[in-house]
Design a protein around this ligand. Structure first.
Ligand code: NAD
Ligand code: LMR
Length: 339
């Protein structure tokens, strides 16, 4: 049996739990799937985040090495690695934010839904443990298919009596990251200044970037907007094909996951006006879950923001995505209640 390892910083001038950090409150972040393609760079990025005081890295195997490696970085958080189911409870206990990139990635020719059979079970068992050990944590779901894994998590939490819709998030930040990058390239504007909301879900046509609301504004043709929309929707597949069987986006996803977790931590800490797109329980459309801009606060979701003014092209995209998104949501709910 693998033992958990805890690495404490030992340089003079540090606190018992790592480096002193001014006034930032203590925050524990757990990464489930931390030894994977996303998990490792995401763990690195969370170790660099000064809002984190404790970082728990959990996977079925391989985490002692990842934790030992990351723990040598001279930043605030204390790092601990946990491997195997028997250590999952320890990894989760006291967590403020749990990030879940556990599960299998796509290979060329697969859809995200093709991952359902394996990942649904993984997510279900991890969420069962979250309900038991850290029922109040904010859960950042990365594992695909997000359109189904978030509803699975909600059902698991409901059954356990711990569901709080304000605390469950499907991470769609990578769609926003891509939309910003592709838009900046086409519009020839400074990528660092770009904002683009991306709504709907996280698979193919359910990903709906709202380029009509992009800032800074640019005079792009309908054809250019269509091409940008398609490229954003197919961004994941572009990476899967380029990796040619070696998995899907990991580095850009780690970046996106770190941005979203940071937003959650800022919200928890009372920073005002923290807004990110996320797939959450929603009344924005008739669908029970939907991605849109969300204001984050001390309890997680503070406000789910509406869609704003849409162009005819975006309205068509919205109507077109609803049947697929609803069916993925229902598939997740059915799985959680049948198993
Ligand atoms: P990977 O195979 O490299 O890593 C997955 C890790 O999960 C592995 O280390 C594995 O051991 C671990 N794991 C499996 N079962 C587990 C369990 N029960 N508990 C804890 N850990 C477990 O895969 P990856 O490239 O890191 O991708 C992970 C998931 O993220 C995939 O489902 C992928 O489709 C998804 N993903 C989502 C987005 C998004 O935008 N939401 C982007 C990229 C990838
Ligand atoms: C992505 O958008 O990169 C992820 O959802 C992974 C995938 O399978 O495309």
């Amino acid at each position: 049996m693998l033992k958990s390892i805890v690495r404490r910083t030992s340089i003079s001038g540090t606190s018992r739990r790592g480096f002193t950090s001014g006034s930032a409150p203590e925050r524990k972040v757990a990464v489930l799937g931390a030894a994977g393609g996303i998990g490792q760079p995401l763990s690195l990025l969370m170790k660099l985040n000064p809002l984190v005081s404790r970082l728990a890295l959990y996977d079925i195997a391989g985490t002692p090495g990842v934790a030992a490696d990351v723990s040598h970085i001279n930043t605030r958080s204390e790092v601990a690695g946990f491997a195997g189911e028997e250590q999952l409870g320890q990894a989760l206990e006291g967590a403020d934010v749990v990030i879940i990139p556990a599960g299998v990635p796509r290979k060329p020719g697969m859809t995200r839904d093709d991952l359902f059979n394996i990942n649904a079970g993984i997510v279900k068992s991890l969420c069962t443990a979250i309900a038991k050990y850290c029922p109040h944590a904010l859960v950042n779901m990365i594992s695909n298919p997000v359109n189904s894994t978030v509803p699975i998590a909600a059902e698991v939490f409901k059954k356990a009596g711990t569901y709080d819709e304000k605390r469950l998030f499907g991470v769609t930040t990578l769609d926003v990251v891509r939309a910003k990058t592709f838009y900046a390239g086409k519009a020839r504007v400074n990528v660092a200044e770009v904002n683009v909301p991306v709504v709907g879900g996280h698979a193919g046509i359910t990903i709906l970037p709202l380029f009509s609301q992009a800032t800074p504004t640019a005079n792009l043709s309908d054809e250019e907007i269509e091409a940008l929309t398609k490229r954003t929707q197919d961004g994941g597949t572009e990476v899967v094909e380029a990796k040619a069987g070696k998995g899907s986006a990991t580095l850009s996803m780690a970046y996106a996951g770190a941005i979203f977790a940071d937003a959650c931590l800022k919200g928890l800490n009372g920073v005002p006006d923290v807004v990110e797109c996320s797939f959450v329980q929603s009344n924005v459309t008739e669908l029970p879950f939907f991605a849109s801009k969300v204001r984050l606060g001390k309890n997680g979701v503070e406000e789910v923001l509406g869609l704003g003014q849409l162009t005819d092209y975006e309205k068509e995209g919205l109507e077109a995505l609803k049947p697929e998104l609803l069916s993925s949501i229902e598939k997740g709910i059915k799985f959680a209640n049948a198993n």
